[in-house]
Design a binder for this molecule. Structure first.
Ligand code: NAD
Length: 261
């Protein structure tokens, strides 16, 4: 028996990085997984790989900021797998910029993906969880940047801090006898994914250089190395599973000790 045997899960931003690892881990542990993403090629390829490994997985093309697509994605999940128990609201982007140089369009784009996207996912997933029966688990991907400030990442931190309190508030709204839906946030530190290569903008000191999570982790992470996407997926698995049945409104920090000091 897998740890999430028979549960139906949606993972947003599931084609790459942390989302892909979550999809893979949940499928390996028995969940039926719908992974959604903007990147159809990678998403379809991953779903196919998970099926070839014996899992149940489907890809649905989706921009998390587009509200019109949410009812379709949820309905498609219910049609394919018969309900919804787990939502991993993971899709996110990071834009580095000193605040005075940040274009309003970039601020809004980042907020749209990181915050509006999480709001929309929760708004449309909760009714499906209620239709499925009592219970459910929502996991929102925040960041250590949602726990403390970071120069050059003010806009990103603002979205991730908001996600942290959004999770706690929704947890209170959905904890009652009717729902029993648990809601928690996950706070990764420096994780070795492509998000670092994709960060548009320069370093806070004005240099424009590709960011290397290994070099950053060597300097700032007490355990001395970046985390892997699978380290975050293991935490998400715990929150998605019944092993965390008494955990809601909580925050799981997975950062190699980065914020311990
Ligand atoms: P990634 O760039 O490797 O993967 C992100 C995925 O999200 C991609 O497949 C991308 O296509 C998808 N995506 C982006 N915008 C989307 C949209 N509008 N609609 C649907 N899909 C979209 O990033 P990652 O490192 O795996 O990050 C995943 C989450 O973890 C993000 O929320 C990120 O902020 C958070 N996080 C990452 C780190 C890290 O060090 N990698 C640290 C803390 C938090």
């Amino acid at each position: 028996m897998g740890q999430v045997e028979g549960k139906v899960a949606i993972v947003t931003g599931g084609a790459a990085g942390i989302g892909a690892a979550c999809a893979e881990t949940l499928a390996r542990e028995g969940a039926k997984v719908v992974l959604t993403d903007l990147d159809a090629e990678r998403g379809e390829a991953l779903a196919e790989r998970l099926r070839a490994a014996g899992g149940q997985a489907r890809f649905v093309l989706q921009d998390v900021t587009d509200e019109a697509r949410w009812p379709e994605a949820v309905t498609e999940t219910e049609r394919l797998f018969g309900g919804l128990h787990v939502l991993v609201a993971n899709a996110g982007i990071a834009i580095i910029s000193p605040v005075v140089d940040m274009a309003l369009a970039d601020w809004r784009r980042q907020t749209a993906v990181n915050l509006d996207g999480v709001f929309l996912s929760v708004k449309h997933a909760i009714p499906a969880m209620r239709r499925t029966g009592k219970g459910g688990s929502i996991v929102m991907m925040s960041s250590v940047a949602g726990l403390r400030g970071s120069a050059g990442l003010a806009g990103y931190s603002a979205t991730k801090g908001a996600v942290r309190l959004f999770a706690k508030s929704v947890a209170l709204e959905c904890a009652g006898a009717r729902d029993g839906i648990r809601v928690n946030s996950v706070h990764p530190g420096i994780i070795d994914t492509a998000i670092w290569e994709k960060m548009p903008g320069g370093l806070p000191d004005g240099r424009n250089a590709p960011l290397d999570p290994r070099a950053i982790a060597a300097q700032g992470v007490p355990l001395g190395e970046p985390g892997q996407a699978s380290d975050i997926a293991d935490g998400v698995l715990y929150l998605a599973s019944d092993a965390s049945r008494h955990v809601t409104g909580s925050e799981l920090v997975i950062d190699g000790g980065l914020t311990a000091g």
